[in-house]
Design a protein around this ligand. Structure first.
Ligand code: FAD
Ligand code: NAP
Length: 556
């Protein structure tokens, strides 16, 4: 029985649904993948479990949601007409606008006809005799495809923590990563927010303006830099557009994180106190993620890092009037930047409002959630609604939810039980013709994600084109190349301060998840060069099999 039959329980006779490529997910990665594969003349089916395209921006509709990479850069570069014509309204566009952009792209490039919405991919099995994948979907269908591309997203598996009593709470419970489509009005309500990562930090100031009282339950204080968000003028947009060729080139080839900014040539300790402070002040006034690129050693040297961390801690103390609250808001258990740095609008100032209370749940963990309160430190904090800004099972969570079996029936979950193993973050040995976009082992979440998405999609498209031109049926990462890559990713991570934090980069936010630094921290420019060299050497480290070789091997 073929794997397809075994998945569906049906006999998929010739004529049943079959595609060259199945793509899972219709966020920015899945949409661009579809566009590019069509360019090769391939038949493609995209499955998306959500009700529309947009991925992250379809699901994360919480108040205050917006990008933290400037919109002129957090946007596709593959179409010059698109980047010249789309008008971003603000420096950091709000979620509804980014979702409109995703929809515009779907319409503009006629993508919808090959995207099946409201359909989850549940299983995928590799059929070794056919060199193809059998894919089972939530609508009870099974299709076959030569290739499968996982465009499932690194931050798409929202995580609800296991807190005692949560299911018995009588008010409304919202998760930021699964926000309802209708407008939620918190006016006059007592709201509790659990979680103070990027999502919590964005929504707290907005909900604070509506709620009668807002209680913020903080386990870990986070570093956050003001966004300095503002409307973009036409002149600013035009200036950017005129420089797009250089901005996009720099982001792809030179930047470590896919963002166009100055490259620092000095370490933080190379400057005296006054000069250093002036530079931090300048970046603080400018706002945004590039605060961390003022010096070239903030991620490497703890003493250098401390200078930036102390600067931000001082800023928090200046903004927050109550000294005890300010102290609680000052991060003290990880180097700045080792957890994803947040970008906010008036987050710290929100704690000066009389209707906002900060509760330290590190010293006094939540004991239980009762019908109408959060209990911690023996005290009940009454709330009518709870917002869980508790994050995601990042990088591997959405992949793990799909039952994927490769050669010899080995599942990807078995193979990754001790942590994800990939070659270049693109493929995992034993799973031929299965590509991952921005997978673990690639720069991915450490970068402007659209830069990394475009790079992976372009590489995968070139690779599939290469295979077809040369008559290769199957491609697979080889184990030695994969082991070397995993070791390299790990080695580079441990030259930095990143592993010192209990972050989702390390899998530390999920009880029981193996703690391994998942993304590749070598930088997007370096990584792109490595991927290009691998391709130029005939996909070094990958094994490609021609149909004839396969037949000969089978008959010998
Ligand atoms: P996603 O957008 O996550 O899309 C994946 C899609 O796959 C989802 O729609 C999901 O429903 C679908 N899917 C998953 N599993 C299945 C399945 N089994 N079957 C069918 N469909 C499936 N990055 C930045 O660079 N800059 C930012 O400013 C930024 N802001 C962010 C803000 C928030 C609130 C969050 C959560 C993330 C942010 N990110 C940001 C990261 C963001 O995830 C990426 O920038 C980008 O949107 C990822 O696109 P994607 O297509 O790879 O994944
Ligand atoms: P996150 O960074 O993982 O933050 C989750 C928060 O919930 C943390 O404060 C965490 O505390 C807390 N938490 C988790 N489980 C808890 C529990 N059981 N009890 C109490 N507190 C708990 O998730 P996120 O804020 O959704 O952000 C995830 C990523 O998405 C970001 O890092 C970023 O890459 C992206 N994002 C970007 C933006 C943007 O600005 N554009 C906005 C949102 C998200 P601990 O730290 O102690 O674990």
């Amino acid at each position: 029985m073929s794997a397809l039959q075994s998945i569906s329980g049906k006999n998929n006779a010739p004529g049943s649904e079959s595609y060259d490529v199945v793509v899972v997910g219709a966020g920015f990665a899945g949409m661009y993948m579809l566009h590019k594969l069509r360019g090769l003349g391939l038949s493609v089916r995209v499955y998306e479990q959500g009700g529309d395209v947009g991925g992250t921006w379809y699901w994360n509709r919480y108040p205050g949601a917006r990008c933290d990479v400037e919109s002129m850069q957090y946007s596709y570069s593959f179409s010059d007409e698109l980047q010249q014509q789309w008008n971003w309204s603000e420096r950091y566009a709000p979620q509804p606008e980014i979702l409109r952009y995703a929809n515009h792209v779907a319409d503009r490039f006629g993508l919808r006809s090959d995207i099946q919405l409201n359909t989850r991919v549940d299983r995928a099995a590799f059929d070794e005799s056919e060199n193809s994948w059998s894919v089972a979907t939530s609508d009870g269908r099974a299709v076959s495809a030569k290739y499968v591309v996982l465009a499932t997203g690194c931050l798409s598996n929202a995580r609800t923590p296991d807190i005692k009593g949560l299911s018995g709470f009588k008010g409304q419970v919202y998760h930021t990563g699964h926000w309802p489509h209708e407008q939620i009005d918190f006016t006059g309500r007592r709201v509790g927010v659990i979680g103070t990562g990027s999502s919590g930090i964005q929504l707290v100031p907005v909900i604070a303006e509506q709620a009668s009282h807002l209680t913020v339950f903080q386990r870990t204080a986070n570093f956050s830099i003001p966004a300095r968000n503002a409307a973009l003028t036409e002149a600013e947009r035009e200036a950017f557009r005129a420089k797009y060729p250089e901005i996009r080139r720099f982001a792809r080839e030179e930047a470590r994180n896919g963002i166009y900014t100055e490259m620092p040539d000095r370490g933080a300790l190379d400057d005296g106190d006054d000069e250093r402070r002036a530079k931090y002040e300048q970046r603080w006034s400018r706002g945004g993620l590039t605060f961390m690129s003022v010096y070239n050693n903030l991620a490497l040297d703890k003493a250098a890092n401390d200078t930036a961390a102390n600067f931000v801690r001082e800023k928090i103390a200046e903004i927050v009037k109550d000294p005890q609250t300010a102290k609680l808001l000052q991060p003290n258990n990880h180097p700045i930047g080792s957890k994803r740095i947040c970008v906010d609008t008036d987050y710290f100032a929100a704690f000066n409002r009389p209707n906002v209370t900060l509760v330290d749940i590190r010293s006094n963990p939540i004991e239980e959630i009762t019908a109408n309160a959060v209990r911690t430190g023996g005290k009940d904090y009454q709330v009518d609604a709870l917002v869980l800004a508790t994050g995601f099972d990042a990088m591997t969570g959405s992949v793990a939810k799909i039952d994927i079996s490769g050669r010899n029936g080995q599942t990807l979950n078995q193979k990754w039980a001790a942590g994800p193993k990939t070659y270049l973050g693109l493929m995992s040995a034993g799973f031929p013709n299965l590509f991952i976009i921005t997978g673990p082992g690639s720069p991915s979440v450490l970068s402007n994600m659209i830069v990394s998405i475009e790079q992976h999609v372009d590489w995968i498209t070139d690779c599939i084109g290469y295979m077809r031109r040369r008559g290769f049926e199957a491609m697979e990462a080889n184990t030695v190349a994969e082991d070397h890559w995993v070791a390299h990713v790990n080695e580079v991570a441990h030259t930095t301060l990143y592993p010192q934090a209990n972050s989702w980069y390390m899998g530390a936010n999920i009880p029981g998840k193996p703690q391994i630094f998942m993304p590749y921290i070598g930088g997007v420019g370096v990584y792109r060069q490595i991927c290009n060299e691998v391709a130029a050497k005939g996909y070094e480290g990958f094994a490609m099999t021609a149909a004839e070789t396969q037949k000969m091997a089978a008959s010998s």
